[in-house]
Design a protein around this ligand. Structure first.
Ligand code: ACO
Length: 328
């Protein structure tokens, strides 16, 4: 096995204080039930940002990760941030985070890989560390999906939540850290989950606002099928390249979109649900933030710790998918 280049030196999460349960949808006129949402998705509640911006959530998660890693903002060489819901379209969310943290030495940039954003960001950061361009990296997944959700569309608005997760990567000097990574995408399926307007091809206009095309549109059935297939593939590919099997994994941390997608992925990877971290019931789908939030929780709760082998797997709009085996 190759010596890992980077290891997870600290993790953190930041979530909005406001919690919205499935029962709260009635108050905003959405025709749904707790039973429907729980049965189809496993989601019971989500955190919604009422006062916080994405940068605030990302900064809260990052400060915790840096504190645990014993790293000062000025020591960061790079900030790689995955998001589909930045506070503004220009400049990047990563430079807004950089300013908030005072990480003046860093090169900061966003990675556009939707729900796979954290795994893509970790992969990019590891690559920059491998080429000697960075020794200390901050990787972040953050979303304020509530700002780009159509709150009149019951097929999507019940799914998403807001939050951020972060990790500090340091150069590995032992046999711990990122053991393997796998990333893939298929842009031919981009229309199945997208925000049609608001970009340069279809800028904001009164027509856009009238048709609500600035919000997330999704073909749920197709997303579901592809998510199961691609997350299963990703789990197998990262295990294979680390020369491990499901039996070697202490915990799988899948993207938290839907309990049925998680169960199907675990089955394919031969990992029992007892070794799968699930918090979709409490956070909903927080896209790029879901894997690092779950990783941070799993470490904080002692589910995994020093020496544990963890499989991270994600899938999202693009479609994008990816995975990573990490020895903590
Ligand atoms: N409450 C009640 N009824 C609803 C709701 C709701 N919130 N949403 C849709 N329905 C209704 C539909 O109108 C439809 O009614 P009809 O039969 O009278 O037309 C019925 O439920 C079935 O709708 P479907 O969309 O076919 O329901 P499905 O079983 O596919 O479940 C779901 C929908 C949960 C979205 C599912 O397709 C899914 O989980 N897809 C994956 C989507 C996902 O996770 N996306 C996240 C982004 S990508 C990612 O992170 C992986």
């Amino acid at each position: 096995m190759k010596r890992p280049i980077a290891y997870f030196a600290g993790t953190g999460r930041g979530v909005p204080s406001t919690v919205m349960t499935n029962f709260d949808f009635a108050a905003i006129g959405i025709d749904t039930t707790d039973e429907w949402i729980v049965e189809r998705t496993g989601i019971k509640q989500r955190h919604i940002a009422k006062t916080e911006n994405a940068t605030d959530l990302a900064a809260a998660a990052s400060r915790k990760a840096m504190e645990k890693a014993g790293v000062q903002p000025g020591e960061l060489d790079i900030i790689v941030l995955g998001t589909a819901s930045p506070d503004r379209l220009l400049p990047s969310a990563a430079v807004d985070l950089q300013a908030s943290l005072g990480a003046s030495r860093a090169a900061a940039f966003d990675v556009g890989a939707a729900c796979s954003g954290f795994i893509y960001s970790a992969t990019v950061a590891e690559g920059l560390m491998a080429t000697g361009n960075a020794d200390t990296a901050l990787i972040v997944g953050v979303e304020k999906l509530s700002a780009i959700t159509d709150w009149t569309d019951r097929a999507t608005c019940v799914l998403f939540g807001d939050g951020a997760g972060a990790a500090v990567l340091k150069r590995s000097k032992q046999q711990k850290g990122i053991l393997s990574t796998f990333v893939r995408s298929d842009g031919s399926l981009g229309d199945l989950l997208c925000r049609p307007a608001g970009g340069a091809a279809k800028p904001f206009s009164s027509d856009v606002l009238a048709e609500r095309s600035q919000y997330i549109k999704m073909n749920g059935r197709e997303v579901f099928k592809n998510a199961v297939r691609s997350m299963s593939e990703a789990a197998t590919r990262a295990l294979d390249s680390a020369k491990l099997t499901g039996a070697d994994i202490d915990l799988m941390i899948p993207h938290q979109a839907n309990i049925r997608i998680i169960e199907a992925t675990a089955k394919h990877a031969n990992i029992p649900m007892a070794k799968v971290y699930v918090n979709v019931d409490r956070y909903g789908n927080t896209s790029a933030a879901s894997v690092p939030i779950a990783l941070d929780e799993a470490i904080e709760r002692g589910v995994v710790g020093e020496g544990s082998t963890v499989l991270l797997v994600a899938f999202g709009a693009g479609f994008t998918w990816g995975s990573m085996v990490v020895r903590l």
